[in-house]
Design a protein around this ligand. Structure first.
Ligand code: GBH
Length: 454
């Protein structure tokens, strides 16, 4: 009958989380307020030619001073779960043991405001903003950063265990290691040899373990913890046993150094063979930390690669995308909704995670004109809908996918692309800092309200 939900419209399971996501450095601004130290990104953005338009993180959307207004807006959209990050340089401004109480107080006020608005925090400890003094002493290439992170995790988990029950250790290891120390496109913009880059990844993995341990020790009852990974993800060209087997092997090989290592408790053979002499140095006890059980895996899914079975030594091939393939404005953001189905499905099949979350999914565009007071971002509505359908399909096929967070709540500092590239459900006018929900915000609010793909 007409009143009966059809197809994709059957509801998400009652426990399924539908939230929004952001990060401290991209929205807070107040970069030098209340004792916050310089971050690697505050410094990087000041170097010529690093960030589009010379944009800095100094003001961003001034969430630091407007969080109450922002949480009221979130609540009005029906949002009950918000993934944010804590700025390490607010807590330990010089990266050493000294704690900046004003930074702690800020997040206490922020969590209290969230509580008043009925919003549950999902807190990432590290979303790329490193205290600059640590960067100056080698950043992620140095073991010193691992020790400093251990202290930071302890401080933060102890301080906020009353307010926070959902912890995410690190956001996207690849981005603050490979892209930052290998390709040089993210802070600190270094181009180091492969062995150094592999060592930064290893240090990050150990930090993940330290954060898991901190949550177990000081997180209190009901605390849960996991990593947010930007796994290399793929879609089988056809959903046939042969291409699915190829995609599974591809996923296992391409994620061997992070997800594979965490799962196995050592670097997998395939990875060690590939990197040869550039293999990272592993200290005693490292893998006991890296291998600690977690409660969930977070995956940030935007795009993917097409893979099919092939007569190659590995049994698969990755297809290059033709110029006509549809994408959003960032050149890397090809539209591939099936990736949000296959990523959690393959991770579950390979590593047996009992709970998975999509901790980010969304799209960026440069030109989103306001028409009669509304950004009619039907492109984003379509992006969200096509991805939510695949999320829905994954759940129907038995993948233990427990939540989805849209990136992002509001337009923000898009790293090396500055403020030009807008990912928000909510538009920010960077002259006045006025917030205006886009059409996609209303669409997503309705999805949250009705708990089904609309
Ligand atoms: C996420 O990264 C971040 O967590 C978030 O902070 C960011 O705002 C959001 O997505 C939107 O970008 O050299 O070809 O790999 C997304 C994953 C991986 C996308 C690195 C950009 C750089 C181009 N990012 N990629 S490439």
């Amino acid at each position: 009958s007409a009143s009966q939900p059809f197809g994709y419209q059957s509801p998400f399971p009652p426990h399924f989380v539908l939230g929004v996501s952001a990060s401290a450095p991209q929205i807070e601004g107040a970069a030098f307020t209340d004792g916050k130290g310089f971050s690697n990104w505050d410094h990087f953005a000041r170097q010529p030619g690093t960030v589009l338009g010379g944009d800095t993180l100094d003001v961003a959307v001034d969430h630091y001073h407007r969080f109450d207004e922002d949480f009221a807006l979130m609540a009005s959209m029906g949002v009950r779960d918000y993934r944010l990050s804590i700025a390490w340089p607010r807590i330990h401004p010089d990266g050493g043991p000294t704690v900046n109480q004003a930074g702690i107080d800020f997040y206490h006020r922020l969590f209290a405001s969230m509580k008043r608005h009925g919003i549950t925090p999902w807190v990432t400890l590290f979303h790329w903003d490193l205290p600059l003094p640590l960067e100056a002493r080698g950043g992620w290439t140095s073991r010193e950063t691992v020790d400093a992170f251990g202290r930071y995790a302890e401080t933060v988990v102890k301080a906020f265990s009353g307010a926070v029950k959902h912890w995410i250790t690190l956001n996207e290891i690849r981005c603050f290691t490979v892209l930052a120390y290998g390709q040089g496109i993210k802070a600190p913009g270094r181009k180091e040899p492969e062995a150094v880059v592999n060592q930064t990844i290893h240090h990050a993995l150990v930090c993940h373990g330290l954060a898991v341990r901190a949550v177990r020790q000081w997180g209190g009852e009901g605390a849960r913890v996991g990593l947010t990974d930007n796994s290399d993800v793929c879609v089988p060209v056809t959903e046939t046993p042969a291409d699915i087997a190829a995609a599974t092997a591809w996923f296992r090989d391409r994620n061997a150094h992070i997800l594979g290592a965490m799962h196995a408790g050592h670097y997998p053979e395939h990875y060690l063979r590939r990197v040869g002499k550039a293999a990272p140095k592993v200290a005693e006890g490292d893998f006991a930390l890296i291998h600690l059980p977690t409660d969930f895996l977070g995956m940030n899914i935007y795009t993917g690669h097409y893979v099919r079975a092939a007569d190659t030594p590995d049994g698969y091939e990755t297809l290059a995308l033709p110029p006509a393939y549809p994408r959003a404005d960032p050149p890397w953001l090809h539209l591939m909704p099936q990736s949000i189905y296959w990523a959690p499905r393959l991770a579950h099949a390979l590593y047996g995670h009992s709970s998975l979350f999509i901790t980010e999914n969304g799209c960026g565009y440069d030109d989103e004109p306001m028409i009669k007071g509304e950004v009619q971002d039907l492109h984003r509505r379509e992006y969200l809908r096509s991805h939510l359908r695949e999320v829905h399909r994954a759940i129907a096929d038995g993948v233990p996918l427990d939540g989805y967070f849209c990136w992002s709540f509001i337009d923000n500092f898009e790293w090396e692309d500055g403020y030009r590239r807008r990912f928000g459900l909510v538009h920010c006018d960077y002259q006045t800092l006025k917030r205006t929900p886009k059409l996609s915000a209303r669409y997503y609010a309705q999805v949250i309200r009705e708990r089904r793909v609309l």
